[in-house]
Design a protein around this ligand. Structure first.
Ligand code: ADP
Ligand code: MG
Length: 337
């Protein structure tokens, strides 16, 4: 049984704090993740502080020392505009010996890199798309062992940044163009993956040693017309009108028991292998011939009210505040504080 804690600091990316409302006390126009979490933590009765992470890391460390929380709820996703630094924030908390929610620096490093996490999963015989990577400036040849169509993505991003319908390429010219776009605009390696057809699912997992898989969500692409999107692009993910236009819906998946069990098992293994902690979300596709292919493993996924993970928790009977409490409780349990 873990100790009862009283004081939590919510660590957030600087840009997410509204100028006029540094403590997230007002009524937000948009229910951002930060608002949802801060308000839930307050409703749960914890003393709550906010610590924005700006470019001055010494100031962040000093503020943490000043607030002296018993636990940090870590909502940061980047440092100095670079998502690859998410692991360094976790590493700083590890060195400061302050307990924090979610995945640690190792797991964040493994999952941020869309190539590295696939090597590890493939080594453990979990299916992932075949892939090739293209550093900026290198001449592009079509990968021999992966047939077109290919999906071209930035190797270290998230939230479908850099992913549009043009990410699916069918020939060498469009592959070159898209790689040039990704390496130029996003200033990083591009990864070109085998296109995986079929249904797309999102599986929320809670816990540490004992894992719970939550009800599975699905993104349904109803319009089978050739021009209709077939990826969860940036617009599909974030633009409701666009989804309506193309008849794309997020909802709960209808799957038979055996398939559900198989998917849950693969997702729990991926979660453990990539060292996720407390909560995570696995994105995958189920091909027409029944193969489960993992597209992405997300440590610290979005925990806003109404997002996939909290909706799945709600469906499992865990309301929003209880869901946030669950994460806090699991984190505290890991540290035995
Ligand atoms: N190899 C692939 N085959 C089919 N669809 C893909 C593939 N890679 C990505 N996608 C589509 O693009 C979406 C976003 O890709 P993902 O790698 O999860 O990027 P992000 O980290 O930005 O979420 C996926 O949810 C899926 O719809
Ligand atoms: Mg994804």
């Amino acid at each position: 049984m873990s100790k009862k804690i009283y004081k939590i600091a919510v660590l957030v990316d600087d840009a997410t704090v509204p100028n006029e409302d540094g403590q997230f006390v007002g009524t937000p126009e948009k229910m951002t993740t930060e608002y949802c979490v801060v308000q839930a933590i307050r409703r749960l009765g914890y003393e709550t502080g906010i610590v924005p992470v700006g470019d001055d890391i010494i100031a962040v460390a000093n503020e943490l020392r000043r607030q002296n929380p018993e636990l940090i709820f870590n909502l940061t996703e980047e440092f100095a505009g670079d998502r690859r630094n998410d692991k360094n924030i976790a590493a700083m908390l590890e060195l400061l010996a302050i307990p924090f929610t979610g995945t640690g620096s190792n797991g964040l490093m493994l999952c941020r890199d869309k190539m590295l996490c696939k090597y590890i999963l493939a080594h453990h015989r979990i299916r992932v798309p075949k892939f090739a990577f293209f550093p900026p400036g290198r001449a592009v040849k079509a990968p021999k062992s992966i047939p077109f169509p290919l999906v071209v993505k930035p190797a270290f991003e998230d939230g479908s940044d850099g992913i549009s319908n043009a990410s699916v390429v069918n020939d060498i010219d469009s592959l070159r163009q898209r790689i040039e776009f990704v390496t130029g605009k996003w200033n990083q390696d591009a990864i070109a993956e085998e296109y995986i057809g079929g249904r797309e699912f999102y599986v929320g997992i809670l816990g540490n040693k004992k894992l719970t898989a939550l009800p599975i969500r699905e993104c349904v692409f109803n319009n089978k017309d050739t021009h209709s999107p077939c990826l969860a692009t940036y617009r599909v993910k974030w633009n409701k009108e666009y989804r309506e236009k193309w008849n794309i819906n997020y909802g709960f998946a209808e799957l038979d028991q055996k398939t559900t069990k198989n998917i849950e098992q693969v997702c729990k293994r991926a979660y453990s292998l990539l060292q996720l902690r407390d909560y995570g979300r696995i994105d995958l596709r189920l091909t027409e011939d029944g193969k489960i292919v993992i597209i992405e493993v997300n440590p610290n996924p979005d925990v806003a009210f109404g997002e996939d993970l909290s909706s799945s928790a709600e469906r499992a009977g865990i309301g929003y505040d209880a869901f946030i409490e669950h994460i806090i409780h699991d984190a505290v349990g890991r540290y035995k504080i």
